[in-house]
Design a protein. Sequence first.
Length: 135
Amino acid sequence: ESALAPLKQAFEEEPSYDLSRVLYASALYYSGQSDKADQLLIEKFDTVYVDNQQLIQAYYNTKQYVRLAKIYENRLAQNPNDIQSMVGHAVMNYFATGNKAVAVAELQKAITVEPSLASQIQAYINQINSDTLKP
């Protein structure tokens, strides 16, 4: 709780400053206070699916894979051929749901979009199929 104090203070002093809000929300996720963190994000962004590196890291470290998959899905809505987002969505969705077929299909689509990355993407497919891909 004491580690939250400086972040809470920074946020309370300047609540309109997005970075202080995001950092405080991230710290709340790490400390298990997800409801409070969600509230902070929704107040400002009207969603918890905020595409911000600090939040993405916090979501990953706190195993909120559904949220990560949604952030990648939102990125793909803006840029359907973004390879990083295609792979990220497939992997995070797999971590969230365990659905191998969907993940492999998404990754195979990514290979058709960017054949030069086929060997790297195929490695993910192989790990999914062999149950060795872990967060």
